[in-house]
Design a binder for this molecule. Structure first.
Ligand code: TXA
Ligand code: MG
Length: 346
């Protein structure tokens, strides 16, 4: 059931159920972080591997030391500056946090979300909320209550509707190696904003055989439809004359293409607006049975960097496309279309 009533959500959480909650980043699939049985339900419903730890959502900065220890000064500074907000800190955990939440790690990921409904819920509960994004493992994250309903409507008693998520992209995750802050996942708090407060930070966001944060997995946030990331979608249309092509653009409509086949992230070229609309646009394009979606790479600054990172994980790379084109450039045109792309167009 989709509801705006927080009392219903609180009662359900107190009864040991999962509740979808709005945050400023994306919707979360939440439950009592101190109850192992509840946490098991989260992993099962999300079909998430048990080695992929969850974020614990707390009500305020003051609660931090109830569940984390040896907190570096720089983490305190980050928390003071950016909480409530889209920053997750990975810190040494206290015993109170069950191992299943942290996938057996000695660290726990923590944040104070800034959505008023969820903050009010956290105020009224006796426990913090463990919550991954409210989508099946490696699909597009939900930024509206309807997205969650589409994924889990039959399994959840309560989906709390807090409107469209303000930021629209997951939190930025920072861990510490000694005293040094390391960005493990690019998110809706930009590197520039972080560096303005604490100086240079290192990023280890790239793919890894054994990723520190599985948000680092190379294919993630992915639509079902094949998506290709390109600098200029318009100039790539010619390669798909007989295909149904959808386009995800930063700010401009392509005149030669039907308007309903295009999603524009921000007509004014505002990167924050683009971030807010990104996942909803991907959800819509993915529901339309295109053969392929061409996504435009955004300017690589601020949240643009984060958006490009999410798009890269959701797409095939343009260089792959072009190398394949290069390889077959001497062949007949329709052979190119039919035989070069079978890996791209199923
Ligand atoms: O914005 C967000 O962060 C949203 C909202 C609901 O708060 N949550 C979210 O959760 O994106 P999830 O589970 O989809 O992503 C959490 C990421 C995963 O990549 C996980 O591996 C990483 O956080 N993580 C959790 N605990 C960690 C730990 N102890 N060390 C390293 N990475 C950790
Ligand atoms: Mg997620």
């Amino acid at each position: 059931m989709i509801t705006k009533k927080i009392d219903i959500a609180i009662e359900s959480l107190n009864n040991g159920n999962l509740v979808a909650i709005p945050t400023e980043t994306v919707y979360g699939l939440s439950g009592n972080a101190f109850d192992e049985k509840v946490i098991e339900k989260i992993f099962t419903l999300k079909e998430r591997p048990l080695n992929n730890p969850l974020i614990v959502h707390i009500k305020s900065y003051d609660y931090l030391e109830k569940i984390a220890k040896d907190v570096p000064d720089i983490a305190m500074k980050l928390a003071k500056n950016f909480w409530p907000g889209p920053l997750t800190l990975v810190l040494n955990k206290k015993h109170l946090v069950p191992d299943i939440v942290t996938a057996g790690k000695e660290t726990v990921a923590i944040r104070v979300p800034s959505h008023p409904l969820t903050l009010e819920i956290l105020e009224k509960l006796d426990f913090p909320l463990a919550a991954p994004s409210a989508n099946p493992f490696s699909t597009i994250s939900p930024t509206t209550a309807e997205h969650v309903d589409h994924y889990f409507g039959n399994d959840l008693e309560v989906i709390l509707d807090g409107g469209v998520c303000e930021k629209g992209i997951e939190s930025t995750i920072i861990g510490f190696e000694g005293e040094y802050p390391i960005v493990y996942r690019l998110g809706s708090l930009s590197i520039e904003e972080i560096e303005n407060k604490i100086g240079k930070v290192y990023t280890k966001n790239k793919n890894d055989v054994s990723p520190v944060a599985p948000g680092m997995l190379s294919r993630h946030y992915a639509p079902r439809t094949e998506m290709v990331l390109v600098d200029e979608p318009k100039s790539k249309l010619k390669y798909f004359p007989n295909k149904k092509v959808g386009v995800l653009s930063f700010k401009n409509t392509i005149k030669s293409l039907q308007e309903e086949d295009q999603e524009i992230l921000s007509r004014e070229g505002n990167l924050n607006e683009a971030g807010k609309k990104l996942y909803a646009a991907m959800h819509r394009l993915d529901s339309k049975d295109f053969d392929i979606i061409l996504a435009e790479r955004l300017p690589n600054v601020g949240i643009g960097k984060t958006i490009n990172d999410k798009l890269e994980r959701a797409t095939k790379k343009e260089d792959k496309l072009e190398s394949e084109i290069e390889l077959f450039k001497d062949l007949e045109k329709d052979i190119i279309i039919n035989s070069v792309f079978p890996g791209i167009i199923p």
